[in-house]
Design a protein around this ligand. Structure first.
Ligand SMILES: [Zn+2]
Length: 131
């Protein structure tokens, strides 16, 4: 079990050190630097465990893989998504207060604010509408 604990710590460190929320595949790739033999299934198991213990939280956008980041007590932040590579970044500002309408047929549990654009690895196309 000691080995499992160390793997869990390594996965937590990968997520803590990342400058952006990571998908399980990205976490797996980075965890393999420390544990070359670690399997994707093991990574998923530790992710589930870290989510259940409220150490990390998943960000789930439609059509995107769930990305994980450290639970931040300062409140949720809006995100940036690169249209080309799909990487997700935190926008270091407080999430704007959004008006929640009263709905009788829908229970609103929350919301996400997301900005789209191009990251530094992906040059902005001259005509974004040609994509
Ligand atoms: Zn990009």
């Amino acid at each position: 079990m000691i080995r499992n604990t160390k793997q869990r710590e390594a996965i937590m460190q990968v997520i803590e050190k990342a400058i952006r929320p990571l998908s399980p595949a990205e976490i797996h790739q980075l965890a393999k630097v420390h544990y070359p033999s670690i399997g994707l299934r093991t990574v998923y198991r530790h992710i589930k465990d870290l989510v259940e213990s409220d150490e990390i939280a998943g960000i789930d956008y439609p059509g995107q893989p769930v990305r994980y980041e450290v639970v931040d007590n300062r409140g949720s932040r809006p995100h940036l998504i690169c249209r080309r590579c799909g990487r997700l970044f935190d926008l270091p500002i407080e999430e704007p207060d959004l008006y929640y309408p009263e709905m009788k047929d829908f229970v609103i549990e929350g919301h996400e604010v997301v900005y789209f654009g191009y990251c530094k690895h992906c040059p902005e196309p001259s005509n974004p509408h040609s994509l």
